[in-house]
Design a binder for this molecule. Structure first.
Ligand code: HEC
Length: 157
């Protein structure tokens, strides 16, 4: 049991603890208000909400890790010519997934010109074809190698 003195001391302690807590909270609120007054956009918060997609909308020509973010094309000489002439009708994905040699690229371009209303590319054609065979070369290996040294197992039933 507490006697009178203990009780008073306990109440005094509690009040002083409460006062310290209230001062701390007030201090924090004042600091936030001052911060808000100086810069109402609160970049520390808004930066968290802006993600990469928004960035690529803001800057459609953004390059990240050697990749043109909007189209997914590799950044290299000729990139701009490819973007300007080859991403209007279909996605760049269709261009990237077709790995051809020079002759087949030229005949694909001719085919699009004949049948798909692709315009004359003029001196851009060589730049585009070079970009494609440099950055998306045809894959060398056609078939997988023949299997050898296989341990066949017997089917039993
Ligand atoms: C005027 C429109 C247009 C432009 C510009 C264009 N293409 Fe195409 N391209 C097409 C159409 C239409 C197809 C057929 C799409 C389909 O099959 O869905 C096609 C198909 C392709 C294909 C697939 C061919 C196949 O055999 O399946 C490739 C690769 C291609 N284009 C590359 C290019 C490149 C490289 C350029 C830039 C020089 C380009 N395209 C510019 C209209 C265009």
């Amino acid at each position: 049991m507490m006697d009178g003195d203990d009780k008073i001391r306990w109440i005094a302690k509690t009040i002083s603890k409460l006062t310290v807590s209230i001062m701390m909270i007030l201090g924090l609120v004042i600091a936030l208000l001052v911060y808000y007054a100086i810069d109402p956009t609160i970049p520390a918060i808004t930066n968290l909400m802006v993600n990469d997609d928004v960035d690529s909308i803001k800057d459609p020509e953004r390059i990240e890790n050697g990749i043109h973010v909007r189209t997914g094309l590799i950044e290299a000489e000729g990139l701009q010519a490819v973007i300007n002439n080859c991403t209007n009708c279909h996605s760049a994905q269709l261009v990237m997934q077709n790995r051809m040699d020079k002759d087949r690229w030229i005949s694909t371009i001719r085919w699009m010109q004949r049948t798909q209303n692709l315009w004359e590319l003029g001196d851009q054609e060589e730049i585009i074809v070079n970009y494609l065979i440099e950055n998306y070369p045809p894959r060398k290996k056609g078939r997988r190698q023949a299997l050898n040294d296989i341990q066949w197992y017997k089917l039993e039933n």
